[in-house]
Ligand binder design. Structure first.
Ligand code: 9WO
Length: 250
């Protein structure tokens, strides 16, 4: 997959694209990310990419011309089928959106700065607007990196151990189970005994049940599409929750 990023702060993409999973995906040629400085497409001597808003008001707005010219310049390398503006007005990035984007041969990501971009950019130049969440940032660069990392994980071969993807929280739509490593007892806190034994069927069942328990507790909205086996485990959890009260009553 190829991703072109348009930004006023190309330096923000250096280290995150060099290290860890993204660094490896790029090194292996499974992912190509090219970062373009929008300022290189400004047409004046001062390389101006922003201007005061029509109608007045505080702050600055990113100009059309450099962004349109920057996208045009990609047309021999990128299909321009998906030109995505990272924006708090966009649809929320979910794992379903991530999977859909990972099927594309290429993407263009546009990072806004200042008070936002000229509406003609979002309306005409972009095919999509995507938000990573409802909070105020200073620009679309960190959201773009978030999207790149999430999408690259879904590309074939990027994660060698596919099991670690399919057992991920969110792969099947629920949160992950609690995890432990050595030592078995730390400051009087013991690791659940089932994990220390070799009963792999019991371990699988315990993990699924605890994953359901934590999802029910923290993100009940994710429990919509559960199978029969999950429903049985959830019933057990509900009985455990009702149990102590009955003891008090009787
Ligand atoms: C405004 C806003 C309004 C309601 C709820 C959350 C909000 N966040 C912002 C905001 O971050 N505004 C800007 C900062 C103005 C344009 C440049 N900035 C920005 C944020 N560009 N892109 C983002 C962003 C935020 C979340 N997901 C994707 C992109």
């Amino acid at each position: 997959m190829r991703i072109d990023v348009l930004t006023l702060f190309p330096e923000m993409f250096g280290v995150p694209l060099e290290i860890s999973l993204l660094g490896k995906a790029i090194e292996q040629g499974r992912l190509t990310v090219e970062v373009t400085d929008i300022r290189d497409f400004a047409n004046d001597r001062h390389r101006t990419a922003d201007d005061a808003p029509f109608g007045g008001g505080p702050g600055m707005v990113m100009k059309c011309e450099p962004l349109f010219a920057a996208v045009d310049s990609l047309k021999d390398r990128n299909s321009l089928a998906r030109v995505i503006l990272l924006s708090p007005r966009g649809r929320t990035l979910t794992q379903a959106v991530v999977r859909e984007l990972a099927e594309q041969p290429d993407l263009v990501l546009i990072c806004g700065r200042y008070e936002g971009v000229d509406e003609r950019v979002s309306h005409t130049l972009c095919t999509d607007e995507i938000s990573v969440g409802d909070y105020v940032l200073s620009g679309g660069e960190l959201p773009a990196l978030t999207l790149i990392e999430a999408v690259s994980r879904m590309l074939p071969g990027v994660i060698g151990d596919w099991e670690s993807v399919t057992t991920d929280s969110f792969y099947d739509g629920i949160l992950g189970p609690p995890q432990y490593t050595r030592p078995p007892v730390f400051r009087d806190m013991a690791v659940p005994a089932v994990l220390l034994g070799g009963n792999h069927a019991a371990i699988r069942r315990w993990r699924r049940k605890e994953a359901l328990r934590i999802t029910k507790e923290r993100r009940p909205d994710l429990l919509g599409a559960c199978g029969d086996a999950d429903r049985a485990l959830l019933q057990e959890i509900e009985q455990e929750e009702a149990g102590p009260e009955r003891e008090v009553e009787s």
